[in-house]
Write a protein of this length. Structure first.
Length: 402
């Protein structure tokens, strides 16, 4: 746990630093706001592409090699993105951002590494500790846009490539820390008979039903809401005259909302109920879309909206991940967790892709309205599951819903 926390702090610096400038970098290369959403699309597609291979590798060889590979892929991707910025090549930059997504896959799977041996009653809290540890690095990262520009200037590179250099360094360090210090491996040496056997995305499908399916939907939908709004916020703010420093501060507060309260969300999921925590998260996401979508040129209001967006994401995703973990038998968990991350990242990629088009055609307010609509199916699924649990008297589902 201590190593996972340390790695998440360092890796969070890299993720936050690159996340703050990815869309702006693509916009700078293409000269079009409509293309800016492609940054998050490639990041999330990259994370999706790495998810199943990393979860299969974890099932076969343990968490340590899988997480190390993800961090090192992210480091190489950040370096390639710098090359794309320097040569003003969109294809090179997009390939770099695709590889950058490997760090996101490693970040996500770290939270499941924290619960490989957790007691069922402490899944939410154990998971949330590692999620929370991302806060320090993730809040620092976006605020490195100014220093990054200074470093890039010294090296003769475009200003926006500087934060990507920080990302490459942070990810490489995370990979090194993981391979050297993550001992014992969370998956190696578990009780006999609990080692995961199924591998590959198709092998996970028989387990994707009932409460497990609802949990996957919750995580994927909530991530799509968050990514679609967050991806275009830097562009929206820049179009309204915000400086890089103000944009970085806004993204920092958004990421703080995602991670800083995660121990509270984990405790709520365990003590108050997973379903109630999910519904709380959806309500906050709905409020966030209303605040951000009506912000206009108010930098204060958009910052409040983005912070609420992070808090709603935190409640929904942590409680959803806890529900997923407790609904699947131990042997299949790594693969099903990987499948959930795959769905989550594909949903985020779709949200980022459509976000750029919606903003280009109809504006930032319409984007937020569309994001708000995505909360409706989640609420319906959760409430339907609670009614089924009450009718059938399923003790496990009723305990999770409380």
């Amino acid at each position: 746990m201590s190593v996972l926390v340390l790695v998440q702090v360092v890796g969070g610096i890299g993720n936050g630093s690159g996340l703050a400038v990815g869309g702006l970098l693509v916009k700078d290369i293409t000269g079009s706001s409509g293309w800016s959403g492609m940054a998050v699309v490639m990041l999330t597609l990259g994370a999706a592409a790495f998810t199943i291979p990393l979860s299969s590798l974890a099932a076969r060889s343990g968490r340590r090699p899988a997480l190390t590979l993800g961090w090192l892929a992210g480091a190489s991707g950040a370096a390639v993105t710098v090359v794309g910025a320097e040569t003003r090549s969109l294809p090179v930059a997009l390939v770099g951002l695709l590889l950058f997504g490997g760090s996101t896959a490693a970040n996500l799977q770290s939270r499941f590494a924290a619960v490989d041996r957790a007691a069922p009653a402490q899944v939410g809290r154990s998971l949330s500790v590692v999620v929370w540890s991302t806060t320090v690095g993730a809040v620092i990262g976006p605020n490195l846009t100014g220093p990054g520009a200074a470093v890039a200037g010294v090296l003769g590179l475009p200003d926006l490539s500087g934060p990507m250099l920080f990302s490459a360094t942070a990810f490489a360090t995370s990979g090194l820390l993981t391979v050297v210090l993550l001992r014992p491996d969370p998956l190696i040496g578990r009780p006999a008979g609990s080692q995961p056997a199924p591998r590959g995305a198709r092998a996970a499908l028989p387990y994707v039903r009932g409460r497990t399916l609802t949990a996957i939907w919750v995580v994927a939908s909530s991530h799509a809401v968050m990514v679609s709004v967050m991806a275009l916020t830097p562009v929206h703010m820049e179009d309204h005259g915000a400086s890089l420093e103000v944009i970085g501060l806004t993204i920092s507060l958004h990421i703080a909302g995602m991670y800083a309260l995660s121990p509270v969300m984990g405790w709520l999921a365990d003590a108050w109920g997973q379903d109630r925590t999910i519904l709380l998260g959806q309500a906050v996401l709905l409020l966030a879309a209303g605040v951000a979508g009506t912000s206009g040129d108010s930098q204060v209001q958009i910052t409040v909206g983005l912070t609420l967006l992070g808090i709603g994401w935190s409640a929904s995703v942590i409680a959803g991940a806890a529900a997923l973990t407790t609904s699947v038998e131990a042997g299949a968990r790594p693969l099903v967790q990987g499948f959930s991350d795959l769905a989550m990242n594909l949903a985020g990629a779709s949200g980022g892709l459509l976000a750029g088009l919606v903003v280009a055609l109809s504006g930032f307010g319409t984007l937020n309205a569309a994001a708000a609509v995505l909360t409706v199916p989640v609420v319906v699924l959760v409430l339907s599951g609670r009614r089924v649990a009450a009718r059938t008297g399923d003790p496990a589902a009723s305990d999770a819903a409380r």
